[in-house]
Design a protein around this ligand. Structure first.
Ligand SMILES: [Zn+2]
Length: 480
């Protein structure tokens, strides 16, 4: 969902000194059992491509701080998110359940034929143990600093947090001071979850980060106003067109310079986040020996890799491949690890690190005890889209270098050999029917297990706020 403010709105807000902040507080937990345990910091960067960590732009590193941190961490180079958009992806990180098992998507309270804005959307049920409730129960001071509007308290994502501050779609330069304040206030041991929103659309180019890679690219006059002042309008229109919700696009296709400009803005956003990480790591440095830091993304971002822009619409690697780093100065390895892993592994691994008992219901594994190496375990993901009846529906399985995307809407298969074809350009489904059938079987077994799990779990919903209703309308879905 895109509720990020435009550059001009942001500057106005800075002038007024206002931020969209809400928070909830609960009683502090009993601390006795947690004494001496390590702190845990979970950093999620929204819509963040794994390939940006070590990327360069005009010969300059895009994220020098994160690149150095990654080399100093246990870095999983083949991590797959559970979903291609925020809410189900984050519910999977919270619960170690795949998206079809927890079922937290956009909504079940209305049908795709509704002509009115929906009133409710799925919420993470309070009765399902999540990363915050588990750590709160273990005596941790649990703190969330949230920017994504899908992850508000009303949708269950504040469950288990002593303090959960929501700064809707705010730039990192406003979020970081709040984070640093929380680090100062936190009672050890603490669990701090920080969600940065910056690489999400619209891609801003805020100073001073807009000069990090030299001058900003020059836009053709016809696209200058559109991309500098009405980028979100362009994005929503292009998304509607790509999804087939409109027959024609309101704006002509972007020129190569226009596309390069937006890719450049995306890198500027990544550099902004890198500078926030620098500040956060500096604040955590005195606590380093007793702090586990985990960094990941809810999903990646397409920048015309397969002809589209943004996320939640396809299931290619630029969406599903996410960064995943575990960092502790003395208790974890510092290495790049190509073992295929999933974001549902995050909770079991954190619990394992802390010596907390595993929950038999978790679908991920503790990476510290699981075997390493390739092709040991298939990875599963999906892209069901943000709304019921969404015009895209993909199920994904990856085993070794073979990846199958099943298009449920078109009833077709896409099979790729990522070893030979990492950009997913050659569909081998017809040429390799046996491999396609083998992966279908894995997917069907997985889907049946998820369906059965879904039926055994509770389901809840939360009322939509007016802002989210309007953003649903803005996508044009309800006008279909
Ligand atoms: Zn997201």
């Amino acid at each position: 969902m895109r509720i990020k403010m435009t550059c001009s709105a942001f500057l106005t807000m800075m002038t007024l000194g206002l931020a969209l902040v809400s928070s909830s507080s609960r009683a502090l937990p009993d601390t006795a059992r947690a004494a001496g345990k390590p702190n845990v910091v979970l950093i999620v960067i929204d819509a963040f491509r794994a390939d940006r960590i070590f990327a360069s732009n005009h010969g300059k590193p895009v994220m020098p701080v994160l690149a150095a941190f990654a080399k100093d961490s246990w870095q999983f180079t083949d991590a797959m998110t559970a979903e291609a958009w925020t809410k189900p992806a984050m519910a999977s990180i919270y619960t170690s359940l795949h998206a079809d098992a927890h079922g937290v998507q956009f909504g079940t309270q209305y049908s795709s034929d509704d002509k009115n804005a929906p009133e409710h959307a799925d919420a993470l049920p309070a009765s399902i143990p999540n990363i915050a409730t588990i750590l709160q129960g273990a005596g941790y001071d649990t703190i969330g600093v949230q920017t994504n509007p899908h992850l508000q308290a009303r949708f269950g994502f504040a469950n288990g947090f002593n303090r959960y501050t929501v700064m809707k779609a705010s730039p990192g330069i406003l979020v970081t001071p709040a984070v640093l304040g929380e680090i100062k206030k936190a009672r050890a041991p603490f669990f701090l979850y920080v969600h940065y929103f910056d690489p999400h659309t619209p891609y801003l180019a805020l100073p001073p980060y807009n000069s990090a890679f030299g001058d900003m690219p020059v836009l053709p006059p016809a696209e200058k106003v559109l991309l500098e002042q009405h980028q979100e309008e362009y994005y929503l229109d292009f998304s509607r067109f790509c999804l087939g919700l409109t027959a024609t696009s309101k704006f002509p296709p972007l020129s190569d310079q226009g596309r390069d400009y937006l890719r450049h803005c995306y890198d500027v956003e990544c550099r902004l986040v890198d500078d926030q990480l620098r500040q956060m790591f500096a604040a955590l440095a005195p606590l380093a020996e007793n702090t586990l830091i985990v960094l990941t993304a809810d999903h990646g971002e397409e920048l015309w890799d397969h002809g589209e822009l943004g996320h939640e619409k396809t299931a290619y690697e630029e969406l599903l491949h996410v960064p995943l780093l575990f960092h502790h100065p003395s208790r974890l390895p510092k290495k790049a690890d190509a073992t295929p892993v999933e974001t549902v592994d995050i909770l079991p691994t954190i619990a394992g690190f802390l010596g907390l008992p595993p929950d038999p219901g978790w679908q991920g594994v503790n990476r510290m005890q699981a075997p390493s190496g390739s092709a040991l375990r298939p990875q599963f993901s999906q892209c069901k889209g943000a709304f019921p009846g969404f015009p895209r529906d993909f199920d994904v399985v990856k085993s070794g270098s073979d990846k199958l995307i099943v298009d449920r809407k078109k009833n077709t298969d896409l099979l790729f050999d990522l070893g030979q074809d990492p950009r997913e350009t050659r569909n081998l489904a017809t040429a390799k029917p046996e491999k396609t059938a083998e992966l279908h079987k894995l997917l069907e077994t997985h889907s049946a297990q998820m369906k059965s799990r879904l039926q055994s779990l509770p389901h809840e919903s939360g009322a939509l706020d007016e802002e989210t209703k309007q953003s649903v309308k803005a996508l044009g879905y309800l006008a279909k």
